[in-house]
Write a protein that binds this ligand. Structure first.
Ligand code: ZN
Length: 382
């Protein structure tokens, strides 16, 4: 436990906000893991400013267990922190600092486990995967997954340590973020009907999105295990117009789909495209240059592990918990499952309710529970 907190103290001190480099943290972790006897591989980003890390301790010719986490954290600007977000502070059984819950607490526990496993005769290997740019759409891990796809032996199970209060989570929603660009025709606002108002076009699309949302809510898949038991569509940014007396010729609408695993995203995307096409078709006779494009900003798949899968029973025996859950927020787990067919669950210390906020914290008893789970894992691998 003390070891885990000491490591967390070091990890929090690395400012790894997604827009900045994570290399200082990654190199520090790599050196530590190599000192524990692990074989490590860095998988750098295209521009070399960031890297993923993959580490293996024990026999690499057999399938083992992968612990997975992301090294990046969300920014602190505009948030009222009591103390320095990049210095771990201990108070009332809680450990405060950016990333303590999401998800350096889990990474600290994983690194402490590698120390405890060092020199032990492992019959199955222990793996660690650390990614970058998770918080901006699970981007970095894709390069790591490409590397792992070429491994002669893939891990048997994957545990993604996002904060679930140490509950074994078998599923989460997928997400696709999209941008619509509306191209109208500008003119003096006193002659408004002679122009094509791009904000009005965006508003028509928004009406279409809300119609699709209603259909999904009323007739789509439903799963009461989620906070919001249906697939949602939400518009988060709308930008258009310069001044009130010009009919605007450009408007941008950013929106997202968060879909249940049972609601495949492709038909929803087709429906949105059909709405966009219908809007343009109506306008073209009068405005031949009218255009409305919808493009993808980012996307990750849902995670959907069968409750009766071996990985679920395996991790439940490690935590001693009986129940499983499903979460609305996304993780890299969907990509591990989809791209590598790797049986995956999410289970980690802390609560997502404490993440991304000022005075983010992880409770010490949550970290202790994570240490116990990983101790039980070590017994299974020895
Ligand atoms: Zn996270």
């Amino acid at each position: 436990m003390t070891a885990t907190i000491d490591i967390l103290d070091r990890l929090v001190a690395f400012n790894t906000v997604s827009r900045d480099s994570n290399l200082d943290l990654i190199r520090w972790v790599r050196d530590r893991l190599e000192a524990a006897g692990a074989a490590t591989t860095l998988v750098p980003s295209e521009d070399g400013r960031k890297a993923n890390l993959f580490a293996t301790l024990g026999p690499a010719d057999r399938p083992g267990v992968l612990l997975s986490g992301h090294s990046d954290v969300v920014p602190v600007e505009g948030q009222a922190w009591t103390g320095d977000p990049f210095r771990l502070t201990r108070r009332d059984g809680k450990l405060f600092g950016r990333g303590t819950a999401d998800m350096k607490g889990f990474i600290a526990a994983a690194l402490a486990l590698f120390d405890r496993a060092a020199g032990r005769p492992l019959s199955q290997p222990l793996h660690l995967a650390l990614s970058y740019d998770e918080e901006v759409g699970c981007l970095g891990v894709r390069r790591l997954i490409e590397m792992m796809a070429a491994l002669p032996v893939r891990p048997r199970f994957c545990i993604v340590g996002e904060p679930t209060g140490m509950q074994v989570v078998t599923a989460h929603k997928g997400k696709t973020a999209l941008r619509a660009e509306c191209h109208g025709v500008e003119c003096h606002s006193s002659l408004a009907p002679q122009g094509l108002n791009a904000i009005h076009m965006a508003s028509d699309l928004l009406t279409g999105l809300r119609r699709i949302q209603d259909r999904l809510k009323d007739g789509g898949a439903r799963d009461g295990a989620y906070d919001v038991p249906w697939t949602t569509i939400h518009a988060g940014v709308i930008q258009g117009g310069e001044v009130l007396n010009i009919v605007p010729n450009r408007c941008r609408l950013d929106f997202e789909i968060r879909h249940l695993p049972q609601d495949p995203v492709e038909p929803i995307l087709d429906g949105i495209q059909a709405e966009a096409d219908a809007i343009v078709r109506r306008l073209r006779p009068d405005f031949p240059s009218a255009a409305l494009t919808v493009g993808e900003l980012s996307s990750y798949p849902a995670l959907d592990t069968d409750g009766t899968a071996e990985v679920v029973a395996f991790v439940k025996t490690l935590t001693g918990g009986n129940s499983t859950g499903k979460i609305s927020f996304g993780t890299e787990g969907g990509l591990f499952q989809q791209r590598l067919s790797m049986p995956t669950v999410v289970c980690g210390p802390g609560s997502i309710g404490e993440a991304h906020k000022p005075d983010e914290f992880v409770a010490e008893d949550q970290l202790a529970a994570c240490d116990r789970m990983l101790d039980a894992l070590l017994v299974r691998l020895t």
